[in-house]
Ligand binder design. Sequence first.
Ligand SMILES: [Zn+2]
Length: 154
Amino acid sequence: MKVAPKTVVTLEYKITLTTGELVDSSEVSGPFSYVHGIGAIIPGLEKGIEGMDVGEEKEIEIPAAEAYGERNEDLVTSVSKSQFPADTELAPGMEFYTYNEKGEAIPFVIREINGDTVVIDFNHPLAGKDLIAWVKIVDVREASPEEIAHGHVH
Ligand SMILES: [Zn+2]
């Protein structure tokens, strides 16, 4: 069976930056299963995997726009140091979470600290980065109606 919309795909993968730096790999996280064709994975990867058969492997170049998107400088903002826990030693590169009104965790990273002002960045850490994905299709099966409705694998 080939990868098509509304199938459950299990794959082994390795994703790197164009510099070769490892982003993620099934050797670390284990084989990955998802419902194909519903936007559960980044668009460039979903497009590249479409039509592949079980056992097939492939390297897919994914431009940033089809991965985690281009960087958006509007997502870089400044807040007061007093917004952070007083006992925390702040440093550029540190990651924190804030919560939106739905209670969802929104990650951000500290870019720089100027006196009492902290510059924070809500861009995805991989925004603006082109990726190279190696994938091998391990299994493809029909998704159940519940899996399609829920958008995840049961
Ligand atoms: Zn479910």
